[in-house]
Write a protein that binds this ligand. Structure first.
Ligand SMILES: NC(=O)c1ccc[n+]([C@@H]2O[C@H](COP(=O)([O-])OP(=O)(O)OC[C@H]3O[C@@H](n4cnc5c(N)ncnc54)[C@H](O)[C@@H]3O)[C@@H](O)[C@H]2O)c1
Length: 391
């Protein structure tokens, strides 16, 4: 079996999640095409570098990304640093001939994503992007139902990603809340997941009009080494301005003639991590929500409409990937299991030389919609989606 050396850049939440996932693959997927070897961890924080070597088993840790990228034992680079570093890191990795997996968004702005996609394409390396909700077994099943025509002609799509991670005004001004660190706000951070899933399930979006808002304009400044976007300051701490959007909503049209609505918010109170969709066709409908990711609601019209209504289908080993984690029906899997599937698929793509999907091409598809959305914020009018890779 092939062994592929990996370097993980950025060892916060996502860097650790990817690393744990690579470690779990051998015991879960005997049919895999490759194993990952943990060669380099890169992070400016010394405590995280120590943890990477001591607890996760990386051979080396450094604060210098180029040192890791250039090392001959590194075949693939996994970018889990803050968004505005993605372009530089991904381009450097691709130019060194390394395969690149980048956490979403691939860059903080559409222009950055286009440059990254071009660099990977020119270098001929395999690319991957962290749209992990695609891999939920019941989302994969939903895709099968839609592709098999079980829902008939699709008429309506409703996507949303509502999170409370920024709902506390004392939540720290981490890199996510600053344009210099994250690029755009929720449109880069979480609308990207929602619209990527929509395009996987329902095809390309062709037109968009939307609005945005920043509800919490100031936040306490972060302290050195203090946690993540879930960490909290104190009343009276010095504050700084939030420089990207907390909320965006959009109306869309799809190439297949259906219509869509989308919303993403990081400080709405109530839904805690509601990455969800409803899709409606002429013969049926589906709805799925990350908060109950092991359930799919299915409505199918039949001849006897006495008991019309949504039926709950529980996840189980009859759906894609699920049985690798747990046998039987209604035994649940969790968020990080989706990362394991994602990492497995990326390793397999490198081993077989077949482009991974979602890769940077799919990231470009999303940012092309994002670019049109941003234009609509400014013009207050419908905008056609144009491929930003061609601009
Ligand atoms: N797919 C998902 O569901 C999902 C979830 C969370 C985050 N993300 C994405 O993952 C990325 C990281 O987010 P996170 O939540 O792990 O952030 P985080 O703040 O927890 O971790 C970021 C890490 O990057 C390190 N870092 C900062 N500058 C660096 C540099 N120059 N070189 C290397 N490392 C550097 C930080 O020290 C920190 O350890 C972001 O792009 C985010 O959008 C994706």
């Amino acid at each position: 079996m092939k062994e592929l050396g990996i370097a993980v850049i950025g060892f916060g939440w996502m860097g650790k999640a990817h690393t744990r996932s690579y470690l779990r693959i051998p015991t879960l997927f005997p049919d895999r095409s490759a194993n990952a070897r943990l060669v380099y961890c890169v992070d400016p924080m010394e405590s995280r570098r120590t943890e990477a070597v001591r607890d996760f088993g990386f051979a080396h840790a450094t604060a210098d990304p180029q040192e890791a990228i250039d090392h001959p034992d590194v075949d693939a680079v996994i970018v889990c640093a803050p968004n505005m570093l993605h372009e530089e890191l991904c381009v450097a990795a691709a130019q060194a001939g390394k395969h690149v997996f980048c956490e979403k968004p691939v860059g903080g702005t559409p222009e950055q994503t286009a440059r990254v996609e071009l660099a990977a394409r020119s270098a001929g390396v395999i690319s991957g992007v962290g749209y992990n909700y695609r891999w939920a077994p019941l989302v994969q099943y939903a895709k099968q139902l839609i592709d098999d025509g079980v829902l008939g002609e699709i008429t309506n799509y409703r996507g949303r990603f509502f999170s409370m991670y920024g709902s506390d005004p004392l939540g720290l001004l981490s890199w996510r809340f600053e344009f210099d660190g994250a690029g755009y706000g929720v449109s880069s951070d979480i609308l990207s997941h929602s619209m990527d899933l929509a395009m996987m399930l329902n095809g390309p979006i062709t037109e968009v009009v939307g609005q945005k808002e920043t509800f919490i304009p100031q936040r306490p400044l972060p302290k050195p080494d203090a946690g993540s976007h879930y960490s909290r300051g104190e009343v009276g701490d010095p504050t700084g301005p939030v420089t990207n959007e907390d909320y965006t909503g959009a109306l869309t049209r799809f190439a297949n003639g259906s219509v869509g609505t989308f919303e993403a918010s990081r400080n709405i109170v109530g839904p805690q991590s509601q990455m969800a969709f409803d899709i409606h066709g002429t013969k049926g409908a589906l709805r799925w929500n990350l908060e109950t990711m092991n359930e799919l609601q299915v409505f199918l019209i039949d001849d006897n409409n006495t008991h019309d209504g949504y039926t709950t289908v529980y996840a189980g080993d009859r759906f894609p990937f699920h049985g690798a984690f747990v046998p039987g029906d209604a035994n649940a899997i969790g968020y990080e299991d989706l990362k394991v599937i994602e990492c497995l698929q990326f390793l397999n793509a490198i081993a077989t030389g077949e482009q991974h999907e979602p890769g940077f091409k799919e990231a470009l598809n999303y940012v092309s919609v994002q670019q049109a959305l941003v234009s609509s914020w400014e013009s207050n009018s419908w905008q056609k989606v144009v491929d930003v890779g061609l601009q």
